[in-house]
Design a protein around this ligand. Structure first.
Ligand code: FES
Length: 165
């Protein structure tokens, strides 16, 4: 089942890839210093950076594949694997920790049956932890895509996940 979903996610991204890379060739000149914005643009469109995209980007920016892979793995903003459509980021910063952030993380893990770094089998949700998201007054917090949820409780975790499912 998980393998079938993985295959579907990879097939879906392959169908997007050609168009994305064609758009990048129009928008950028292919200079080595454009690498980071090209990676960002590709990831924003595809959801992650597949190996074939990195190879194509290396050709386009005239960098070696090792340089492109090195950059993509160095920065935490880049992902080399597909992630859930809704990325849940549970804050593990100090303020959230003090206010029970670990309990919120455990509740998300329990409700979705996944650990940080994993996705649900249908790739609807992905989970990771982050350092402070800059909303300490609302601790404990979590973010789902671009939506911030504050003063989280275990009960609110369930309500939010049900609403977003
Ligand atoms: S520590 Fe969680 S938002 Fe700042």
């Amino acid at each position: 089942m998980q393998q079938a979903m993985n295959d579907k996610v990879y097939t879906d991204h392959q169908s997007k890839m050609a168009g994305v890379l064609a758009g990048i060739r129009l928008e950028f000149e292919g200079r080595p210093e454009e690498l980071i914005p090209v990676l960002q643009k590709t990831q924003a469109a595809v959801g992650f950076l597949p190996e074939e995209a990195l190879l194509e980007i290396a050709r386009f920016t005239k960098l070696s594949p090792a340089e492109v892979f090195g950059t993509a793995t160095f920065y935490s903003q880049f992902r080399l694997k597909p992630v859930g459509k809704q990325m849940i980021r549970v804050c593990r910063g100090t303020a959230c920790h003090v206010k029970g952030g670990a309990r919120i993380l455990r509740e998300v893990e329990k409700q979705l049956g996944i650990k940080p770094g994993e996705n649900t089998a249908d790739f609807e949700f992905g989970l990771e932890t982050v350092a402070c998201i800059g909303a300490c007054a609302l601790a404990p917090t979590l973010v789902i895509n671009s939506d911030t949820y504050g003063q989280m409780t275990s009960k609110k975790v369930g309500e939010i996940l049900r609403q977003r499912d």
